[in-house]
Design a protein around this ligand. Structure first.
Ligand code: ATP
Ligand code: MG
Length: 571
């Protein structure tokens, strides 16, 4: 954990290792003191919280050091990509509070990349291989054993050029030929063993249609795209560390053809990716959950996607808090989901208006309270924020309280309502239970109590010591709503570690509980999608987009306390 990344000491900030590199480069005048980053999503899915971590670094560094961060869609694989994802990615970045300098697409560079590949072929540094991918893989060797040269390695330049053109004209079937860089089949870094840099794909591209059939591979496209754009710091996750020497090799070769670019060059730096407990972060798996209707879409509030969290009621500020807490390091690990929830609570505690809602209601009748009388009680909107003011909540003879706040034969430690004991009704009076009415099956259908008129909140008698404080709503002044309670999406801590199990079998069957007859105070009548509330004693909630006029639906964003860890520690 590196919370110290954001602590100001003697007015001086402690830097994370990327910031330290950037400051050193600035002080040494590297790349003419220009800072340019990019966020390079592949438009093959929605952004998840791991991407948010990368976004905060890419855009954050640019913002902090007066540079620019561009958005670049890494769209070099037409098979999986779609414009639906492009639009969603843009929306999510903006929601997180960032603005890009320019929007680029790797597909904009298909011509430049092609020209560079042709230059490499002409320089004798790339060749067309007609072997299958299996044969090529077999010849790769191992880190301790050199690979075997392809029989096509020494093909003449003009033949390579002719075949490369054919790869792009549609005459060559997928998998029939690839273009490989001719580097070193004995290099201890396997990525140097004549990497494939172009392959044939016949699926039309979402932007370039049928203009291209030969598509560059990631390693060939990424660094070069950085170069064409003028990126100075190319930040990516640790698994690309082993690709970095190849990144540098391609840039070095490209620079040979562009002496006019002087000393400029992009450099790649790697940081740890975010992994969270009780969820998966691979787009392939998330897509599978969506496609197989195991969740209700990319923005299902149980998904670790940015749009899922937004719908659930997480705020951008909460996500930023979380990302500052985890920091950027060179070590991979798994972060406890509870830390994310802690950040959400921290943020919503400061912002959310306190209101009353009863999720599983039972009627409470105050037998000595005048029939037909209504009192308006004052409720503080947010004890953390006096400027948030107060609102009024109606009180009357018939109320709803939570079923679980009543027990007929309660143990001594039950600090809620039980016959003969006094409890306080929040913002109202002290009441004492006098009895219950049951149906034929023995279920409690009504609870009876008497109120003490001298104990209204604010009166001297209201300070009397009682067993506990309960929340309530007035039966004649409330609305019925649906409330969706969410739990962890997976029932095991590290779904990725269960190698023998299909990850879909590890889904938590109780991750969604829908309550329909919930009673909410009238003040929520005009609540709007995404608005945040604290339901007193229950947690933080927001209005779901499925709500309709007169039919409000709430999502539980997060409970008030972390009951999950408590449960776990009990085992
Ligand atoms: P996936 O493997 O799930 O498809 P990806 O890494 O291929 O994810 P991209 O769209 O290529 O997804 O990622 C865009 C950027 O976000 C990359 O720079 C990548 O390193 C970064 N990124 C992706 N996942 C994480 C993560 N879990 N933590 C931090 N950064 C991430
Ligand atoms: Mg990727």
């Amino acid at each position: 954990m590196s919370e110290e990344n954001i602590v100001l000491e003697d007015g001086k900030k402690t830097l994370n290792f990327i910031e330290a590199i950037v400051e050193k480069d600035l002080s040494e005048g590297v790349n003419n003191k220009r800072i340019q980053t990019r966020f390079p999503p592949e438009p093959n899915g929605y952004l998840h919280i791991g991407h948010a971590k990368a976004i905060c670094l890419d855009f954050g560094i640019a913002r902090e050091y007066g540079g620019v961060c561009n958005l670049r869609f890494d769209d070099t694989n037409p098979i999986k990509e779609d414009t639906e994802y492009v639009d969603a990615i843009m929306q999510d970045i903006q929601w997180l509070g960032y603005r890009w300098g320019n929007v680029y697409y790797a597909s904009d560079y298909f011509q430049q990349l092609w020209d560079y590949a042709v230059d490499l072929i002409k320089a004798g540094k790339a060749y067309i291989d007609e072997q299958s991918s299996e044969q090529i893989a077999q010849q790769k060797g191992t880190p301790t054993q050199p690979g075997v040269n392809s029989p096509f390695r020494d093909r003449p330049v003009d033949e390579n050029l002719r075949l490369f053109n054919k790869m792009n004209s549609g005459e060559i079937a997928e998998g029939q030929m690839v273009l490989r860089a001719k580097i070193d089949m004995a290099n201890p870094n396997m990525h140097f063993r004549d990497p494939i840099i172009y392959r044939v794909i016949h699926t039309p591209h979402h932007r370039t249609g049928n203009a291209w059939k030969a598509y560059p591979m990631y390693d060939f496209a990424h660094g070069q795209s950085d170069y064409f754009e003028g990126v100075t710091h190319s930040l990516c996750t640790l698994e690309f560390e082993v690709h970095r020497p190849l990144y540098d090799w391609f840039v070095d070769e490209l620079k040979k053809f562009h002496p006019e670019d002087g000393s400029y060059r992009p450099r790649q730096y790697e940081f740890n990716r975010l992994n969270l407990t009780y969820t998966v972060m691979s787009k392939r798996k998330l897509l599978q959950l969506v496609k197989e209707n195991l969740v209700a879409g990319w923005d299902d509030p149980r998904m670790p996607t940015v749009c899922g969290f937004r719908r659930r009621g997480y705020t951008p500020e909460a996500i930023h808090k979380f990302i500052r807490k985890i920091g950027y390091t060179k070590y991979d690990g798994v972060i406890d989901y509870a830390l994310l929830e802690h950040s959400v609570r921290e943020d919503l505690n400061a912002k959310a208006r306190r209101v009353s809602a009863v999720l599983e209601p039972v009627k409470l009748v105050l037998t000595n309270y005048p029939e037909g009388k209504t009192e308006m009680m004052e409720a503080v909107n947010n004890p953390e924020d006096p400027s948030a003011g107060v609102h009024e909540i109606a009180f009357s003879r018939e109320l709803y309280i939570e079923k679980e706040d009543f027990m007929e034969n309660a143990p001594a430690k039950f600090f809620r309502m039980t016959p003969g004991c006094e409890v306080r009704l929040k913002n109202a009076y002290i009441v004492k239970c006098t009895g219950v009415k049951k149906d034929a099956a023995g279920n409690i259908v009504e609870i009876y109590a008497e109120y003490d008129p001298l104990t209204k909140s604010g009166m001297p008698e209201s300070n009397r010591k009682v067993k506990g404080t309960l929340h309530w709503v007035s039966a004649a002044h409330c609305m019925t709503a649906e409330v969706r309670l969410y739990d962890r999406l997976f029932s095991v801590e590290n779904p990725n570690d269960e190698k023998d199990a299909d990850f879909r079998d590890l889904l938590n069957p109780d991750s969604l509980k829908i309550l329909t007859g919930c009673k909410i105070e009238k003040d929520l009548e005009n609540a709007r999608p995404l608005e945040h509330f604290q339901f007193q004693r229950l947690g933080y909630f927001n209005v779901d987009q499925d709500s309709e006029p007169g039919k409000l639906i709430f999502n539980r964003t997060v409970s008030l306390k972390d009951s999950w860890n408590k449960l776990k520690n009990k085992d």
